[in-house]
Design a protein around this ligand. Structure first.
Ligand SMILES: [Zn+2]
Length: 302
């Protein structure tokens, strides 16, 4: 195998992988530096926007994130070398189910809440009669929640692939493995796009996998959230080493508009995260003004 082929393989691997950050927890700045050793990269080189090619300005210098004034995209540059990213992903996936005790219960409960909310948003009682693809299926919580609501589910997941196949799910490691002719009524991708280096390419491919009238649901951390504004380069989403691009409303909408989708709508779901009413009121207010932690979009193919 030539060096070029090796590099291509590694990047292919990275691009199609969702790092399950909730199985790993947050990294401190020191751990992140150790992981990527980005301090060794000179920041005096100009980074061009990977989306629009525009000139950019340094955004969070300590963690090498840049921002494009034209399209608002925030992105990591230089990108870590392929080997350290693959290592990191493999490490996170050594024992995804062992780590369930820390995060698993909540994530399944949340997956059920999100699946119900999505059905409501689509004006559906449930997902019976629909086939839905979960791009970046992780440990399968969303697949389970959707199928409990009647959907015929399929998943794309390179790392959790084996385990999910054993549990009886119809899985693909990458988008390339999806057989020609198989299309979906809906595609869901939750907290995945920020893990991709050029997510507009994958989102564009998902368009071709949707049936006429099909929907795409995307969620991703909100780089304009109150937390991101306050915490800056200490924002947990920026510190997660598997995150390569971070969106705000502008950059996400700009990206979708540049593709062939017909329409998009930012969803404001008033979710009750816990029993603390003050916390819930705060989340409600943040969602109303659009600076809550998550961007959620329902996008239509036609
Ligand atoms: Zn740009």
């Amino acid at each position: 195998m030539t060096i070029n082929q090796i590099i291509k393989r590694i990047f292919f691997h990275i691009k199609t992988v969702k790092l399950h950050s909730d199985t790993r927890g947050d990294l401190s700045m020191e751990e992140l530096e150790r992981t990527y050793d980005f301090k060794s990269h000179a920041l005096d080189q100009q980074a061009f926007c990977p989306y629009c090619n525009g000139e950019t300005v340094i955004h969070w210098e300590s963690i090498s994130f840049w921002k494009c004034p034209s399209c608002s995209l925030i992105f990591r540059f230089p990108l870590p070398d392929g080997h350290s990213v693959v290592e990191l992903y493999e490490d996170s996936w050594t024992d995804p189910f062992e780590n369930r005790s820390e995060t698993g219960g909540t994530s399944f409960d949340l997956a059920v809440v999100y699946a119900r909310k999505l059905a409501d948003t689509l004006d559906l009682k449930d997902f019976r009669g629909l086939n839905i693809l979960d791009f970046g299926a992780g440990r399968g919580d969303v697949l389970t929640a959707l199928s409990e609501l009647g959907a015929d589910v399929y998943g794309v997941e390179p790392f959790g692939y084996e385990g999910l196949v054993k549990r009886g799910f119809k899985m693909f490691r990458t988008l390339d493995e999806i057989p020609e002719g198989l299309t979906f009524d809906g595609v869901i991708t939750m907290d995945v796009v920020e893990h991709l280096m050029t997510p507009w390419e994958e989102i564009n491919r998902l368009h071709g996998l949707l049936n006429t009238g099909g929907f795409l649901y995307i969620s991703t951390p909100n780089a304009d959230s109150l937390r991101a504004r306050i915490e800056g380069d200490k924002w947990r989403e920026a510190l997660r080493p598997g995150h390569f691009v971070l969106f705000n409303q502008n950059s996400l909408e700009n990206m979708i508009k540049g593709l062939e989708y017909k329409s998009m709508k930012r969803l404001k779901w008033y979710l009750k995260y816990n029993e603390n009413n003050i916390h819930n009121l705060l989340v409600y207010i943040l969602q109303t003004v659009g600076i809550d932690g998550e961007l959620r979009y329902l996008i239509r193919k036609s």
